[in-house]
Design a protein around this ligand. Structure first.
Ligand SMILES: Cc1cc2nc3c(=O)[nH]c(=O)nc-3n(C[C@H](O)[C@H](O)[C@H](O)COP(=O)(O)OP(=O)(O)OC[C@H]3O[C@@H](n4cnc5c(N)ncnc54)[C@H](O)[C@@H]3O)c2cc1C
Length: 265
């Protein structure tokens, strides 16, 4: 899908919700569809990769990284308000951890949140955030305490909060996925938007990591299958020097090697 796509903004999440895609793994009390095990995610990732456009699925599923910390640690009121809106495709959820100074070293993040009465005052920026421009709800990792993993908290920050702005990033690929830089400039966030306990947010960040790694691996495998199908179709169709590419032994070897590497992962 090209930049901007062909559907009016916001259409695809609602269509995905109509077939139950966004609800998978969320409790029934919030309108979710229970998921017996993680292999349901693996199959979903493999099949969605077969769209052939890498950005569509991450764009559709930013809630799968934005919402788990809320589901695990958020207050009952927060869950009851947000989850039904997000898994019905009405609202978009995003996760904001990575900063311009680095993403792998999460424990060293710098965006600060200083308590002032009934608010946190947030200052700093986040980068490479999926659904960063179009999201409504952002699960944001901030520093509320000491250096390192024990000084991190998670805040729910809503689009439109004064002092919170977003700019789109122009990527080389994945154009159908909106990726953005976020800026927090004396952004006042109500204390009831704290997700879980202050300074215990690092555990909330870690909740996502195992499933995220497995899902991205499944997506990469699905995309590799698409590439192989395309290569086989082309090798069967294309004729050079009186023969189809597929009739050349070297091409057959290449395709056999591709199949071996994809199927053995
Ligand atoms: C398309 C896209 C979407 C994204 N969506 C989100 C999102 O929604 N939310 C979000 O918070 N982030 C998101 N990210 C950011 C992503 O999580 C980070 O890019 C990632 O964590 C790596 O951080 P970095 O880019 O700052 O690289 P760095 O942390 O600077 O690392 C640079 C390189 O060094 C390697 N490296 C780092 N430390 C070590 C070490 N100790 N030993 C060996 N090698 C090391 C890394 O593997 C990497 O190859 C997205 C990124 C992309 C590209």
């Amino acid at each position: 899908m090209g930049r901007g796509g062909h559907l009016p903004p916001g259409t695809l999440p609602k269509k995905a919700a109509q077939i139950g895609l966004l609800q998978l793994g969320y409790p029934e009390e919030y309108g979710g569809v229970p998921k017996p095990d993680i292999f349901f995610d693996v199959v979903t990732n493999l099949e969605l990769a077969r769209i052939g456009g890498g950005g569509v699925h991450p764009s559709l599923s930013s809630h799968s990284i934005g919402m788990p910390p809320i589901l695990a640690l958020g207050s009952e009121a927060m869950k009851a308000r947000l989850i039904p809106e997000v898994i019905s495709g009405e609202k978009i959820s995003a996760l904001a951890i990575t900063e311009p100074s680095g993403g792998s070293d999460v424990a060293n993040l710098k965006t600060s949140a200083r308590r002032e009465g009934d608010h946190y005052i947030v200052n700093g920026s986040k980068i490479f955030i999926t659904s960063g421009v179009r999201a409504d709800y952002y699960t944001v990792a901030v520093r509320t305490g000491e250096a390192g993993a024990r000084g991190i908290s998670l805040l729910l920050i809503q689009k439109g909060t004064p002092g919170f702005t977003q700019t789109p990033l122009d990527k080389m690929g994945w154009w159908s996925s909106d990726t953005a830089t976020l800026y927090f400039d004396d952004c006042r966030v109500p204390v009831e938007n704290l997700i879980g306990t202050e300074n215990k947010g690092f555990g909330g960040v870690m909740i996502n990591f195992n499933s995220e790694r497995l899902n991205i691996a499944a997506m990469a495998n699905g995309l590799a299958m698409v590439c192989m199908d395309e290569a086989v179709a082309w090798a069967r169709e294309r004729v050079t020097f009186g023969h189809r590419l597929m009739e050349h032994q070297v091409i057959r070897h290449k395709i056999a090697e591709m199949a071996k590497r994809i199927l053995s992962t």
